[in-house]
Design a protein around this ligand. Structure first.
Ligand code: PLP
Length: 393
């Protein structure tokens, strides 16, 4: 089978034709049985028995006060913006090298995004740039742990100490990653997780708001339940629930929580497979990378990552295109990643401009992600390695 290099608009339609796709959603056997149990029960809406079990599992594993399942990582980020009460005129510092939702959640509240460039090693926001970006209007800094490798959280907290700036985490990539022995998602006042199809633990579309600042918990429950105190009603704390605040429909349907529970129950198996693939890429590409001027991911010694993605940074944009085309010609789908927010069409309308975040802009042209999914086989990895290292760059 020969496939030409996919254009962005055709990726979705041709994905199934690749011998080795970039991602393949994988349902564990536990997830299949939990889903069957859930759909044969009478609870299809949210906060049913499976949601309660996922919540308990995440709270115990991460040692967080509350893990509230949401319809997506995006909705968890939107809840964060509501909970910290940002409004028009406020500024929030967001990475330029991230997904649109990291910024959109705050822009929906009228906030002005202040784009911060990336570090050249981990591609996370460069904390050394923060002092120059903080103004009296800065209300929050949204950290995003790229590929599940932690941002420099101690330095970030030191910079905001004695200021009323909230540190938040977009941890869409990093569930079960660690920073200095502490789980990602527990290092800011609030954190968002994603269970989208492309993530390590997919349930289709889903997310979670981790509430580390317990003072925000009561209001978080209300905002998540359309502005009502229905959560208290379910717990028998009030006789009737009523409209208390603004809010929206952020509760995940219980059958999706059932899938998620089954995926999380087999987390060791999933993580072992992904980590084996990640380590093979890292070790076996090392000599080739050195001779071809290719950079492999940096993981600082105080960080543990959950093998969410494996990327290469080629020497320039045309070399990356050649590699992607070569892999595609052998039925292997490798893909680029974020267009920096400051250079994207909407980012520019919000004041972003080319040249503002030079590291993100450079990386964005050179980075490619290799196939990595929950049931990737050794044969698949062999094929990717063979194809990458024989590509005439
Ligand atoms: C860094 C980051 N934040 C947020 C999201 C949004 O998550 P979701 O798709 O669950 O809304 C994504 C999705 O890919 C992401 O990569």
């Amino acid at each position: 089978m020969r496939l030409s290099q996919p254009s962005a608009t055709t990726v979705r339609s041709v994905v199934g034709r690749y011998r080795i796709p970039f991602n393949r959603p994988f349902l564990t056997s536990a997830a299949r049985s939990r889903l069957a149990e859930s759909i044969s029960s009478s609870v299809w809406s949210g906060d049913g028995p499976f949601t309660r079990r996922v919540r308990q599992l995440l709270e115990e594993e991460l040692d967080v006060p509350a893990a509230l399942l949401t319809t997506s990582g995006t909705s968890a980020l939107e809840m964060m913006a509501l909970l910290i009460d940002v409004a028009t005129g406020d500024e929030v510092i967001v990475p330029s090298y991230t997904f649109a939702s990291t910024a959109n959640a705050f822009i929906l509240r009228g906030v002005r995004p202040v784009f911060i460039d990336a570090r050249i090693d981990t591609l996370n926001l460069d904390e050394r740039l923060l002092p120059d970006l903080i103004t009296p209007r800065t209300r929050a800094i949204v950290t995003m742990h790229y590929a599940g490798v932690a941002c420099e959280m101690d330095a970030i907290h030191d910079i905001v100490a004695d200021r009323s700036i909230t540190v938040l985490e977009d941890n869409a990539h990093g569930l079960f990653g660690q920073y200095r022995g502490r789980p990602l998602g527990t290092l800011g006042a609030l954190a968002a997780l994603s269970f989208h199809e492309t993530k390590n633990f997919p349930c289709g579309e889903g997310g979670c708001l981790l509430v580390n600042d317990e003072q925000l918990l009561d209001r978080a429950e209300i905002l998540r339940e359309k502005g009502t105190d229905r959560s208290r009603f379910w717990r028998g704390e009030v006789n009737q629930y009523t409209w208390r605040d603004i809010g929206s429909s952020y509760v995940l349907a219980d059958p999706l929580a059932a899938i998620l529970l089954g995926q999380l129950e087999e987390r060791e198996l999933i993580q072992q497979t992904r980590m084996r693939a990640w380590k093979r890429y890292m070790q076996e590409l090392q000599p080739w990378a050195v001779t071809h001027g290719v950079t492999l991911p940096t993981v600082p010694p105080h960080c543990e990552h959950p093998a969410h993605l494996f990327y290469l940074c080629l020497s320039d944009a045309s070399t990356r295109s050649r590699l992607i085309a070569h892999l595609a010609s052998q039925g292997i789908l490798a893909v680029s990643h974020y267009v920096p927010l400051n250079t994207s069409p909407f980012g520019r309308r919000l004041g972003g401009r080319p040249g503002q975040c030079p590291v993100s802009e450079d990386i964005s042209k050179r980075l490619v992600r290799l196939p990595l999914y929950n049931d990737i086989s050794d044969d698949d990895i062999d094929s990717v390695l063979e194809s990458v290292t024989t590509c005439p760059l």
